[in-house]
Design a protein around this ligand. Structure first.
Ligand code: PEP
Ligand code: MG
Length: 600
């Protein structure tokens, strides 16, 4: 995310100012400024069942407890190895804290006491942990020594981590929060963000996460200001602190001074004025200054994004991520459920085409409802995910295709396949689609007529390089610049430690985009860009210059791209894109692009 204003001179990570103000820096992934009470997401909201066990089940219960402890060790180890690469006082502090957690997870005082309680009281593991942390915290809290009193909080954090693992309810929802709360957590997953109501959550900030991961994408689509990858944040804030989240500049300010608050109030008003003026663009045609029409479509993460897509005048849905149907549940959604969800969206788009992508789980997008189907390998980003999973578990694919075909009876749809790497994958899906069409037709069930086009995501470098061959079997292309950048540069898009290396302006990424566009033009099939690049006005001129005429993005970002588009002269943009494609240094490319954006 680019910054909108320059940073104040005095802002340093963890720096102390008057009245205890502290400034943390991270990745501003979703713009906007918000101030509110901090809510530390420590899992305190977990509902723990309490029940007795027969003697014969006690050994198994202790084993279940030990597995949860082992998982907690792995989680803290993981956090610690990330913390080790950070610098500064806040990072050091975080290191000490995680060491203390690890020590507790290895020592016998807590673990031994829980095991004894399970045996002695024949009580289930989670209730035993809660009882034990309650007792230990009480003992610590009664001590005179403030250092020891502080340890009570640590025991609680460690205990709750174990309980979360035992109950497999990673974290609960956010419904009980005071409206306007700022959620502070070590990590927020894409599935967590699906539970966030923007009317209730003012903003959020986390220790972990990268700018192009799905948590960031969800935050942008919900319009919730967010800062990710903030070193030492969770350990540095207490519930009830006042927190200012500046999602535009990547700052989290704890207990801001009165001066700071009034400065930010002015900036916030300016942002509000800007969004009011952007709203006026809704009915303005999306076309360049020299009159070339550009299609601006919306990416939908959740059904509720539909409202925003319609509000900003999106000309269709260029990417419907169906993962939402599989999130936050233990079972798979039925065909009927999927059909109903899709139908609502198709009808809501009122005759505009909805591009429905088949399930793209795996990697960071793990859906518990899929059990062991996906994500067990050492490299989940390279493992059994997306189309590979759909083609292995054919019934998953058949159910989705049936639901899509039925929804397609209510308005135009297209079918988009994620993570395509070969011609055969597209052919196989088309074969399955044919058999699903026959089955539904035999049952006289109303389906899309004609059968919807089947397109391929171009998001694996191999697919871009084989785009000419893929264009012979796919009916359209959608370039996923998020994964295309990640796999081309081997940079994890959701990893804060390498976020500074993630760069869609790398010449290798641009060449793959250019090549895919060329292949689509040669085969005369439509091509769009639906990765985050499409939603950032910084890249609009470059993508148009490379021949893209169809952009799909989070609806909240669409007006800004439209505003940019109206100023672009297509010939000048093509010229600049050609000059850019002659460069081999991404710094020079960025300079050429920013210079063009400033002068056009
Ligand atoms: C992409 O990879 O660019 C894309 C649009 O898909 P997702 O972000 O859902 O992986
Ligand atoms: Mg992708």
């Amino acid at each position: 995310m680019k910054t909108e204003t320059s940073a104040p001179e005095d802002a340093r990570p963890g720096s102390e100012e008057d009245q205890g103000e502290r400034v943390f820096e991270g990745l501003g992934v979703s713009p906007g400024i918000i101030v509110g009470p901090a809510h530390l997401r420590d899992g305190g909201e977990i509902q723990v069942l309490e029940y007795r066990l027969p003697q014969a089940k006690l050994d198994a219960e202790i084993e279940r407890f030990q597995e949860a402890v082992e998982k907690a060790r792995r989680q803290v180890d993981n956090l610690k190895s990330k913390a080790e690469s950070y610098h500064g006082a806040a990072a050091e502090e975080l290191g000490y804290l995680l060491d203390a957690h690890l020590q507790m997870l290895r020592s016998n005082s807590l673990l031994g006491a829980v095991e004894q309680r399970i045996r002695r009281e024949m009580l289930n593991a989670e209730a035993s942990v809660m009882a034990e942390i309650g007792e230990i915290s009480k003992n610590f809290a009664e001590m005179d020594d403030s250092y020891l009193r502080a340890r009570a909080q640590e025991v609680r954090e460690v205990g709750l981590r174990i309980v979360r693992n035992l109950t497999k309810t990673e974290y609960g929802g956010f419904d009980h929060l005071t409206p306007g709360s700022i959620v502070i957590a070590e990590e927020i997953t894409p599935a967590d963000t699906a539970l966030m109501d923007p009317k209730l959550i003012g903003g959020f900030a986390t220790d972990l996460g990268g700018a192009e991961g799905h948590t960031a994408i969800m935050a942008r689509s919900l319009g919730i200001p967010a800062v990710l990858g903030v070193t030492g944040l969770f350990a540095g804030i207490t519930t009830g602190d006042t927190v200012l989240v500046d999602g535009s500049n990547g700052r989290v300010i704890v207990n801001p001074t009165a001066k700071r608050l009034s400065d930010y109030k002015l900036r916030r008003r300016a942002l509000e004025r800007e969004s009011r003026s952007l709203a006026l663009l809704r009915d303005v045609d999306a076309a360049t200054r020299d009159g070339e029409a550009i299609s601006l479509q919306a990416n939908l993460e959740l059904p509720r994004d539909l409202v925003q897509a319609v509000a900003v005048g999106a000309q269709g849905v260029g990417l419907l991520r169906t993962e939402f149907m599989f999130m936050n549940r233990d079972d798979l959604p039925s065909e009927e459920e999927q059909y109903e969800s899709l139908r609502t969206i198709v009808e809501g788009m009122d005759g505009h085409t909805v591009t429905i992508r088949t399930l793209d789980v795996g990697g960071e997008k793990l859906a518990p409802s899929l059990g062991n189907y996906a994500g067990n390998g050492l490299n989940p980003a390279l493992g059994l995910r997306a189309i590979r999973l759909s083609l292995k578990e054919i019934s998953l694919l058949e159910t989705q295709l049936s639901a899509i075909l039925r929804a397609g009876a209510h308005g135009p749809v297209r079918i988009l396949l994620p993570m395509i790497s070969s011609v055969n994958e597209v052919k196989e899906v088309k074969k399955v689609l044919g058999s699903v069409v026959r089955k539904l037709s035999d049952q006289n069930i109303k389906i899309a007529d004609p059968v919807p086009p089947v397109g391929a995501m171009i998001e694996i470098p191999g697919a871009a390089l084989a785009a000419d061959a893929l264009a012979q079997v796919a009916d359209f292309f959608a370039i996923g610049t998020n994964d295309l950048t990640m796999y081309t540069l081997a940079i994890d898009r959701s990893e804060e430690q390498v976020a500074h290396l993630y760069n869609p302006l790398h010449p290798a990424v641009l060449r793959l985009i250019q090549f895919s566009v060329g292949a689509a033009l040669r085969a005369r099939i439509p091509i769009s860009v639906c990765g985050e690049m499409a939603g950032d006005p910084r890249y609009t001129a470059l993508l148009l210059g490379l021949g893209v005429r169809d952009l799909s993005m989070s609806a909240t970002g669409l007006p800004r791209v439209k505003k940019r588009l109206l100023k672009i002269d297509m010939r000048a943009a093509s010229h600049r894109a050609m000059a850019i494609m002659d460069q081999h240094d991404s710094g020079r490319i960025a300079a050429l692009l920013d210079d063009f954006n400033e002068s056009h």
